[in-house]
Design a protein around this ligand. Structure first.
Ligand code: HAM
Length: 410
């Protein structure tokens, strides 16, 4: 027996359970196309500096969670902990964004976390980035995107927690006041937070260990200047017009440094509070410049597929196959293979055994592969017919071979 195990914090997903994952991916692609997002494919690893600068050196992600290593050429490489910095890096490398660029992605992200339910070292995100728009309508569209995706994935009772953290100048004023406040209550803070008070006081607001001190801390909303305040009003009016349920959460700052103005998280009300967000996003108007590009406003989100899996009421698709071809007459295997090939080319999902097996064994395989029907290639073949059995009801009927594709699709 093999002693190899999947590395700590990673999961294998195999058929038939992976049916849910394929469904989740297809729905994501479908919603992305409905909202007009093209596809962005970027490397699973980047120059470490892309994340160190993009996500922010003082964030939990960069400080503690990066999978970084030197490659054989001595370059410092990091497995992507998230994809926003990568997409922005790619857009800058391609010459920047003229007008708008709407890009979506799906795939594994890597963070060296303490694994627990809903928190893994390799996890999956589906995300969208709306590049080149500073309009509050873009924020509303991206917020709606995540909400509709969760609706389609049947995650019940989703509440969107939303906040604004203002622009750079607002954050600077907030920062000064925060430092003042935290220094007054320095002794009550955890060592991690104490260390961050002067380097990154916003991050202290994210600490789970200092909730009492944080409760009375100055809020980003106390320092909002007019333009970001108006922007936020427009975002709220936009999501209200779409009847998306939301909660104003003045303590929400999110764990990545690139955000300004709108930030939000999707929280299913019924779901276990510790790993509660099944997705999150925000505006990041400064990230292009941080990574060496021209000023380009942008907003985006990423949905956490592993957590959606835990919260979703969507059943995996019932049948993996439209039909399973059972060969009752061994001399007709070639005809059966040809029929399978034709039906597949008609777009149907079809399988058969790999070698001669008893009819009973073939029906067993048909059941195991969760096929909706079985086609029996037997004596009727010479009269141009096959028997089709509905594997749920057990009903059987004879259908002309030429019509079988149309019949299965009906
Ligand atoms: P994030 O909040 O770090 O944002 O991650 C988004 C979602 O990924 C979370 O809400 C959560 O569902 C899931 N997630 C994060 N870490 C883990 C983990 N260790 N295990 C399982 N699921 C996890 C971002 O990554 C930003 N790039 C989102 C964004 C895009 N902002 C603007 N554009």
């Amino acid at each position: 027996m093999s002693t190899f195990r999947a590395p700590k914090g990673t999961n294998d997903v195999l058929p038939p359970d992976s049916g849910w994952w394929r469904h989740a991916y297809r729905v994501f692609e479908d919603v992305a196309e409905q909202f007009g997002y093209g596809l962005a494919l970027t490397p699973l690893f980047e120059d470490t500096e892309v994340f160190a600068r993009g996500v922010g050196g003082d964030t939990e992600v960069v400080e503690k969670q990066m999978y970084s290593f030197l490659d054989k050429g001595g370059r410092s490489i990091t497995l992507r902990p998230e994809a926003t910095a990568s997409v922005v890096r790619a857009a800058i490398q391609a010459g920047g964004v003229q007008g708008r660029l709407k890009a979506s992605y799906w795939g594994p992200m890597f963070r060296y976390e303490r694994p627990q339910k809903g928190r893994y070292r390799q996890f999956y995100q589906g995300g969208v980035e709306y590049l080149g728009s500073g309009s509050p309508e873009a924020d509303v569209e991206v917020i709606e995107f995540g909400y509709r995706y969760l609706e389609r994935m049947r995650v019940p009772h989703v509440d969107v927690h939303i906040n604004t953290i203002g622009d750079a100048a607002d954050r600077a004023r907030h920062r000064t006041e925060l430092i003042k406040y935290f220094l007054e209550r320095f002794d009550e803070l955890s060592p991690d937070s104490q260390r961050r008070v002067e380097t990154n006081p916003m991050r202290v607001l994210d600490s789970k260990a200092d909730t009492d001190v944080i409760a009375d801390a100055p809020k980003p909303s106390d320092f909002l200047s007019d333009e970001p305040a108006e922007h936020f009003d427009a975002v709220r009016a936009g999501i209200e017009a779409l009847s998306i349920p939301y909660t104003l959460d003045s303590t929400l700052v999110r764990g990545l440094d690139y955000y300004n103005r709108s930030v939000w998280e999707y929280i299913p009300r019924t779901y276990d509070a510790a790993q509660s967000s099944v997705g999150g996003g925000g505006r990041y108007d400064g990230l292009f410049e941080i990574l060496g590009g021209k000023p380009t406003p942008a907003v985006g989100l990423a949905m956490g597929v592993d957590r959606i899996f835990l919260a979703s009421e969507a059943a995996p698709p019932r049948s993996l196959l439209d039909t399973f071809v059972v060969v009752a007459d061994d001399k007709k295997r070639t005809e059966a293979r040809t029929l399978v090939s034709e039906l597949r080319r008609e777009g149907l999902r079809v399988d058969m055994t790999d070698t001669v097996r008893s009819v009973k064994a073939q029906f067993k395989e048909a059941d195991r592969s969760a096929s909706a029907t079985a086609i029996v290639v037997g004596d009727e073949w010479s009269s141009g017919l096959v028997a089709v059995k509905d594997l749920k009801t057990g009903e059987q009927q004879e259908i002309p071979i030429k019509e079988i594709g149309r019949w299965l699709r009906a």
